[in-house]
Design a binder for this molecule. Structure first.
Ligand SMILES: Nc1nc2c(ncn2[C@@H]2O[C@H](COP(=O)(O)OP(=O)(O)OP(=O)(O)O)[C@@H](O)[C@H]2O)c(=O)[nH]1
Ligand SMILES: [Zn+2]
Length: 391
């Protein structure tokens, strides 16, 4: 169980036991007591960064490390089925985060103003039960759209304030993302995220050489000359570098308005990248699962109906491996992936199942699901339709 964070929603709330100044939930409090005094605003920290950079790792790290704040968390809905991301959050942190940004077809920039506001308004009804908000955006989000929400909405502005924008950069793929050319000369998402950051974490430094790191740092610096840059592994950072930054206070000298000027408005994210989710009950054979993943991530030889090879940027899943009582998490970023047993066991009577979320180009849900059933499941029916594997 994590210290200090608040599960928002349902009727279960957690309180930090080692924070004496907090009012325990059992004590009957009046409405007035429950809410912070007038003028007490709740800080919001936005955690952004490209797909798989280490945002959730940072979030979990903050929740585990800090002991004197009650933190509410807003996670973006991941693809069409929030179930996977939710169960990942649960398995990783032992907690259930209840507020979700619902993203119409994965495009945060178009839907954030409504659903983001709703998520925060829902949270604010539980005001008094937390004193900090962490908001993780999708990997493809323009944090400017999220940030502007706090700036534009006057009502919201009286209750909460934007404390800072933290951008996590994947050391291994950061340079590739930052230099990616987009059609029509649009700024790519990774650069946009770096451009807006108050703090940039160059994460996963274990995966690159000193020389590569220097190159990446220089590129980041050339995009954002204002933000602080730190290098991290597993997103571990002294919390004073990411929380209570007051980056948008008058005192800091940099107004949000000025920051947002760095970013020009772009109506849509890259259409060719999409998210597919599927669920298949049963047990997976570990070896076959590895082959399935490697075909996607390494061989890149799985084709869609248009004969284009599928390209997976981000892969997440919760799978049931044959002979393993525990639930297993699958995490993939570009060519890297791992399978990790969670402390959670499958319940005796409940059905064991596999849920996968894939983000990338040319993905076809039906083909992927069928391929999973045919090649990965313990018991399978022969698959008759055309073989999707590229020769
Ligand atoms: N080698 C290495 N792996 C890391 C590090 N930090 C995180 N990871 C792994 O990278 C993968 C992605 O991490 P997440 O924290 O889920 O990334 P994210 O940015 O939240 O991903 P999305 O929400 O899908 O965009 C996981 O398998 C992590 O365990 C690191 O410093 N080094
Ligand atoms: Zn995440």
């Amino acid at each position: 169980m994590l210290p200090g964070n608040v599960t928002v929603g349902e009727e279960e709330e957690e309180y930090a036991e080692d924070c004496p100044e907090l009012v325990p939930i059992e004590a009957k409090t009046t409405e007035a007591e429950e809410k912070p005094g007038l003028g007490v605003k709740i800080p919001v920290t936005i955690i952004t960064g490209y797909l798989g950079a280490g945002k959730t790792t940072l979030l979990n790290y903050i929740l585990t490390e800090q002991h004197c704040k009650r933190i509410a968390v807003i996670l973006n809905e991941f693809g069409e089925g929030s179930a996977v991301e939710k169960s990942l959050a649960v398995s990783q942190g032992g907690e259930l985060y209840e507020e979700w940004l619902e993203l119409g077809n994965g495009c945060l920039c178009c839907s954030v103003k409504d659903s983001g506001l709703r998520a925060i308004e829902n949270l604010m009804q539980k005001k008094g039960k937390f004193d900090y908000i962490l908001l993780e955006t999708t990997g493809l989000a323009d944090p400017g759209a999220v940030a502007s929400m706090f700036w534009v909405d006057a009502d919201l502005g009286s209750e909460i304030y934007l404390d800072g924008i933290i951008t996590v950069v994947d050391s291994k793929y950061g340079l590739k993302h930052l230099t990616e050319e987009k059609p029509d000369g649009l700024i790519n998402e990774a650069s946009r995220q770096v451009a807006l950051a108050d703090m940039i974490l160059i994460n996963k430094t274990d995966l690159i050489s000193e020389e590569e790191l220097n190159k990446l740092r220089t590129t980041i610096r050339s995009i954002n000359g204002l933000g602080n840059i730190l290098e991290t592994q597993r997103s571990r950072v002294d919390l004073s570098n990411v929380l209570d930054l007051h980056a948008f206070d008058g005192l800091s000298g940099i107004s949000l308005q000025k920051k947002l000027q760095h970013v020009s408005a772009v109506p849509h994210l890259d259409q060719s990248i999409l998210t597919v989710t599927f669920e298949v009950p049963g047990n997976a054979k570990e070896e076959s699962l590895n082959v399935f993943i490697q075909n996607l991530l390494w061989e890149k030889n799985v084709r869609n109906k248009e004969e284009r090879c599928m390209e997976v940027i981000r892969l997440k899943g919760l799978v049931s491996l044959k002979d393993k009582p525990q639930q297993v998490i699958l995490q993939g970023v570009h060519e890297l992936y791992d399978l990790e047993e969670t402390p959670l066991s499958w319940k005796e009577n409940s059905e064991r199942t596999n849920r996968l979320v894939l983000i990338g180009r040319n993905l076809d849900k039906d083909i992927l699901r069928q391929l999973f059933i045919t090649t990965v499941l313990e018991t399978e029916e022969p698959w008759t339709s055309a073989d999707p594997i590229c020769p």
